[in-house]
Ligand binder design. Structure first.
Ligand code: ADP
Length: 368
């Protein structure tokens, strides 16, 4: 019997055989958003670019027919149509740094924040980096591409998702920062099946169909581990660099190695490692304890030849502010982790400045 993944893959293939008005397949035209299902049910979420009922009804019937002829056990096939803009054509594939920034996206630096595994504080660090860069006077946007657990809207206390106007997403602004999240497309609690082509379209939408406005930094919260999102991102945008979040334990560093190797595979330079939950300061005694060990990430970064951006303590207020949707409070005057969070962002800015300096300008000597 075919596994769930094999069935999903086969269904994407089948949908790729159905033609949308305009001649492209439903998949190539970016109509398919996601699928979810189990047992004898399957729901396919589609974008409706404004097609009238008879066209959508015909597509509903075609989808049900192809799915059920291949998988008769799926008795109920439903199509959930959403009024959403369709994505643009994909940018031509190219490696990171090679493609020119498409004119519709005015961003100086895309920074991808990743981790080898979940639960190390990657989203917390991505949101905090964004705030810290904004505190340093930069224009910052946040793209929550953690498709398997989009937590940024919760951490930033966003209750209204992006609106659609002029065929573009209008992202909500949080403390002046535009924020777009996969969580706006699919409720966080739904287990969603995203396959490669859909992820590619979603990333393309998030880059080119969002009214970001001019930005100095777009901070991207990647899904944990390795995978399609970062490949897709690197194909569609020059990414200035990746930041890897890890915790100090030896086992966590094994996962961080995988994240570094992923960045290297897609030719995104690693701007550095953040050691999160690095130590604990007892708020009563002021004593410091290295709960998960000490110095592992820094030694590893040195061995791997990547910058060490700094340590963030295990701090109850970081957890509370994240849970309460108030990451901004980590930056209030006197907040316990404010300085360490700002220092990490400053190190990141230094790394970028060094790289920019190393890259140019080139001086041409003209003989005459
Ligand atoms: P990930 O994105 O890696 O899955 P999250 O950013 O969602 O991780 O963080 C997981 C949990 O750990 C959250 O409850 C968050 O508030 C908490 N957390 C993250 N960093 C810290 C820290 N330095 N101190 C205390 N709690 C933290």
């Amino acid at each position: 019997m075919a596994s769930g993944q094999e069935i999903e893959k086969a269904i994407v293939g089948l949908l790729g055989g159905i033609q949308a008005p305009g001649g492209q397949s439903l998949v190539d035209a970016g109509i398919i958003v996601s699928m979810r299902g189990g047992g004898d049910r399957l729901t396919i979420t589609c974008r409706n670019p404004g097609w009238p009922d008879p066209i959508r009804d015909r597509i509903d019937r075609q989808i049900a027919a192809v799915v059920q002829s291949a998988f008769p056990q799926i008795a109920q096939v439903a199509v959930d149509w959403r009024a959403e803009p369709v994505p643009t054509q994909n940018a031509p594939p190219g490696n990171a740094g090679a493609a020119a920034t498409p004119p519709s996206l005015d961003v100086r630096h895309v920074i991808a924040v990743g981790s080898g595994k979940g639960g190390v504080g990657k989203s917390t660090m991505a949101a905090s980096l964004a705030y810290a860069l904004s505190h340093r006077g930069h224009r910052v946007g946040i793209m929550d591409a953690d498709v398997y657990g989009p937590s940024i809207p919760h951490m930033l206390g966003i209750d209204a998702p992006a609106r659609v106007a002029d065929n573009k997403y209008q992202p909500p602004l949080v403390d002046g920062m535009p924020v777009m999240s996969m969580g706006f497309l699919v409720p966080a609690e739904q287990a969603v099946i995203w396959r490669g082509p859909m992820l590619h379209k979603a990333v393309s939408d998030f880059l080119f169909r969002v009214d970001w406005g001019p930005l100095d930094f777009l901070v991207v919260d990647l899904p944990p581990g390795t995978g399609d999102i970062v490949i897709s991102l690197s194909q569609q945008m020059p990414v200035s660099g990746g930041v890897i979040v890890c915790t100090p334990q030896e086992v966590a560093l094994l996962d961080a190695r995988k994240a570094l190797s992923m960045l290297r595979t897609v030719k995104i330079p690693c701007l550095g490692i953040i050691e999160n939950m690095s130590y604990f300061i007892d708020p009563v005694t002021g004593n410091r304890s290295d709960i998960f060990g000490h110095g592992g990430a820094e030694r590893w970064a040195a061995d791997a030849g990547v910058p060490f951006l700094g340590r963030i303590p295990l701090d109850m207020s970081i957890r509370q502010h994240g849970d309460q949707g108030n990451v901004r409070d980590n930056f209030r005057a006197g907040a316990s982790s404010r300085d360490s969070l700002l220092q990490v962002a400053d190190q990141l800015l230094l790394q970028l400045a060094d790289r920019e300096q190393a890259a140019g300008p080139t001086i041409e000597i003209v003989e005459g």
